[in-house]
Design a protein around this ligand. Structure first.
Ligand code: ATP
Ligand code: MG
Length: 431
């Protein structure tokens, strides 16, 4: 076949979500909605574009996300906007903008949608991907950290993701972290020649990030670095101890990872990732990332509101759902309507509406004309009954209802057709 003279492709790292993929998104959204309503998280959606400064200030200028991965654009009105690379600053902005500060606290929100990061595409890493977020505003209690982890952990279990573990650490707060940073920087400076070029830069801009560098060169330096857990202030130490006790109580498997710092500026105290340990090594296995961010809301709204939340990578979860053979429950039609002639086609649409209102899943193929072909389709779909509306039925304002299991047919008036079909389905269920 001759190729068309133009050739467009979706942008690098951004893909179409085809129908066969949508069912996984639906399944995840359904589970998320179920958990959210049970644990009283309210749905929110925010614009995909935000003021560039929201992320520069909120996520942090020296983070990879802002520095390297953000899509920034200038509008015709000379505004500088960014495609959201994550949800948390957007939700914090919305909290203030919409007066949620006056709502009963903690305010518990969830959202799901696309986020954008300009990074090197590979399996499990895209430039447009989806996140599911749960965020809480207004509680400093360790149990709130656990509620967030508990929710994600159980959602993943519901989605049949195996071998889950929580990687967890505390990175202190504005009291103890500056001191630890000094200790760390002193140590890293003494090792500077053994660091990769990126970490040499990080040493000046974001020294904590050196701790989760994956470069082999840096591994030895990191393994001997002073650990933040040895430098936490009493409040942070106590908070972290409670978090770990709760994890023990709830029998959530966790790994204390002193090198987990997460890439963002705003975290305080608890940081965590949920990983699946099944599958081959070396792939992107972090499914959820999150933690406490007690200082972010002050930065955005000048009010001291503690907060905690997490984000799940939807595409990574879908990849594992497919691997584990997650069964997608798809409803199968009970009725197929076969039709012949223009008038029969509109009668079909009318009958479909009657059946839809009765919750009877019905299918038809209006663009087809041959009754034989349509009945073949009905057979393939394995429907219980086929309804036939031919020219004669149009004239006599009736339909034929055929029992597909034995080929017996009855005639019913068009007005009573839906009711009759309902009775037949019921009768069949009884026998
Ligand atoms: P990573 O270390 O894998 O880059 P991250 O720390 O940048 O992850 P977060 O900002 O914590 O990721 O986002 C939460 C989750 O979103 C991740 O755990 C992951 O499942 C998913 N995620 C992050 N970046 C991508 C991406 N480029 N493509 C697909 N999913 C992603
Ligand atoms: Mg990343």
């Amino acid at each position: 076949m001759k190729q068309p003279s133009f050739k467009f492709q979706s942008p690098t790292g951004m893909k179409d979500i085809l129908p066969e993929e949508q069912v996984y998104f639906d399944a995840i959204e359904e589970v998320a909605r179920k958990y959210a309503s049970f644990y009283s998280f309210l749905r929110i959606d925010t614009p995909i574009l935000e003021d560039y400064q929201l992320f520069a200030k909120g996520t942090g200028e020296a983070t990879d996300i802002v520095e390297k991965q953000m899509y920034v654009l200038k509008t015709k009105g000379d505004e500088i906007l960014a495609l959201r690379p994550e949800f948390t600053p957007s939700l914090a902005r919305s909290y203030f903008e919409n007066g949620m500060i006056a709502w009963p606290h903690p305010v518990k929100l969830y959202t799901m949608g696309p986020v954008f990061r300009y990074e090197k595409p590979q399996a499990g890493r895209y430039r447009q991907f989806h996140q599911l977020n749960f965020e809480t505003f207004g509680s400093k209690r360790p149990i709130t950290d656990i509620e967030v982890i508990w929710l994600f952990y159980n959602i993943l279990k519901d989605l049949k993701i195996k071998d889950l573990a929580v990687q967890i650490n505390s990175i202190g707060d504005s009291q103890c972290r500056p001191y630890y940073k000094k200790v760390l920087v002193r140590y890293l400076k003494s090792q500077e020649r053994n660091l990769c070029p990126t970490c040499k830069k990080r040493l000046k801009t974001n020294p904590l990030r050196v701790l989760d560098c994956k470069e082999e060169k840096c591994q030895k330096v990191i393994s001997e670095a002073p650990q933040i857990l040895d430098h936490l202030c009493d409040e942070c130490k106590d908070h972290f101890k409670r978090v770990l006790e709760y994890l023990d109580d709830l029998e959530i498997p966790y790994i204390l990872n002193p090198y987990l710092v997460r890439g963002l500026d705003y975290y305080t105290k608890t940081v965590f990732e949920i990983v699946s340990q099944s599958g081959p090594d070396g792939r992107q296995n972090a499914l959820v990332g999150g933690g406490r961010y007690d200082d972010l809301l002050k930065l955005i709204g000048k009010k001291d509101i503690p907060a905690c939340g997490g984000a799940m990578g939807v595409e990574r979860v879908i990849a594992l759902m497919k691997e584990s053979g997650f069964k997608i429950q798809q409803a199968t039609p009970q009725i197929f309507i076969a039709q012949l002639g223009d008038k029969a086609k509109t009668q079909t649409l009318k009958l479909m509406e009657d059946l839809r209102k009765m919750n009877i899943l019905t299918e038809s193929q209006l663009s087809k004309d041959s009754l034989t072909n349509q009945l073949k389709i009905a057979n393939k779909l394995n429907v219980k009954f086929a309804v036939i509306i031919g020219e004669e039925e149009v004239l006599s304002k009736s339909v034929i209802i055929r029992d597909m299991s034995n080929g017996t047919q009855i005639s019913a008036s068009f007005d009573k057709a839906a009711e009759k079909i309902k009775q037949k389905i019921k009768g069949q269920k009884k026998s």
